[in-house]
Design a protein around this ligand. Structure first.
Ligand SMILES: NC(=O)c1ccc[n+]([C@@H]2O[C@H](COP(=O)([O-])OP(=O)(O)OC[C@H]3O[C@@H](n4cnc5c(N)ncnc54)[C@H](OP(=O)(O)O)[C@@H]3O)[C@@H](O)[C@H]2O)c1
Length: 291
């Protein structure tokens, strides 16, 4: 186990997973330092040491590294910046838990060419070259994507318009991802672990929307959009390429159940949270706009 005096550095600490990793680590009394490019804007719990740093500016990381041997790494910057940053981090750090994606998993959903798989492959390669003790986490679709994808529509109306009603995924609750990350950060026996993390069940897009409706006590309808309608809606609203990346993964996965693992249960000793439970716990995000 990591000794109480070791400081764990959490990158992505203002993001969706990193924030929850910070919470998990604080809960067990670990010493946590959180990295952000904008400490003045970050709102993190008391007890966290907030440090400024940018992964694309390696010299800016030095102040964050004193006394740190273990790192939670979230990488959303360009792949080109990974080599320099990881070399700098490896001058101090011995162990890394890296938030990657299941691009090595033999299921068509995860096998479509896209820039994210290239990014994660590059970062993983650099971590190996730096001879760090690495644990790789490979969550499938985050349940929390529903907040971005569907909550704005559900706040307006009882209708969700989205492509591929029948395509199945196994959304993983971000709290389960964070809990697995914390276990791996705190226990060096997870070095070498390569964990594909999914939710407990394969659910179609339409079933996920209906599960949200059941959890919030509303009868939601699903109307299927064509890929072209979806692309048009995403234009300008989403970063370029994201809509096509999703459409190709969904198209490839049509007609087969989602890839479901038991890894969360094996590591946490408790079943992963269901999507229905996730939706109930986030009900306020779907409540109808009163304006
Ligand atoms: N969405 C999914 O379904 C899914 C599934 C599997 C894997 N993933 C992976 O999950 C990762 C994203 O995790 P997330 O959703 O928790 O993140 P997020 O909410 O998108 O937040 C991004 C975080 O990265 C930090 N960051 C960005 N650029 C930085 C830089 N140059 N230097 C230092 N920090 C930087 C940001 O911190 P500041 O802005 O405070 O600096 C922020 O905390 C991605 O790598 C993605 O591929 C996502």
């Amino acid at each position: 186990m990591t000794s109480r005096r070791d400081v764990i550095l959490v990158t992505g600490a203002t993001g969706r997973i990193g924030q929850l990793v910070v919470d998990e680590l604080l809960r067990v009394g670990a010493d946590v330092r959180a990295l952000t490019r904008r400490p003045q804007e970050a709102s993190l719990p008391a007890g966290v040491e907030l440090v400024s740093g940018d992964l694309t500016v390696p010299t800016s990381l030095d102040g964050a590294l004193a006394g740190v041997s273990t790192l939670f790494l979230v990488w959303t910057a360009t792949p080109a910046a990974a080599h320099a940053a990881i070399s700098r981090l490896a001058s101090q750090i011995q162990r890394v838990v890296y938030l990657s994606a299941p691009f090595r998993t033999p299921h068509p959903f995860f096998q479509q060419p896209n820039p994210m798989r290239d990014l994660h492959a590059e970062v993983e390669q650099r971590l190996v070259e730096a001879k760090l003790g690495v644990t790789v986490l490979r969550p499938g679709m985050f349940a929390t994507n529903a907040l971005h994808w569907w909550a704005p529509q559900i706040r307006q109306d009882d209708l969700v318009r989205w492509p591929f009603a029948n395509v199945e995924t196994a959304p993983v609750d971000e709290r389960d991802v964070a809990a697995v990350a914390a276990r791996a950060l705190l226990d060096a026996r997870h070095v070498g672990g390569d964990y594909v993390l999914t939710g407990p069940e394969s659910l179609s897009h339409a079933a996920q929307v209906h599960a949200i409706g059941d959890a919030i006590g509303r009868s939601l309808r699903f109307e299927e959009l064509s890929p072209d309608e979806f692309r048009r809606n995403a234009e300008g609203a989403w970063p370029p390429g994201v809509a096509d990346m999703l459409l190709s993964a969904w198209h490839a996965a049509l007609g087969r159940p989602a890839y479901v693992t038991t890894t969360v249960r094996e590591i946490l000793g408790a079943p992963p949270r269901t999507f229905y439970r996730w939706a109930g716990d986030h009900a306020s995000a779907f409540a109808k706009d009163r304006s």
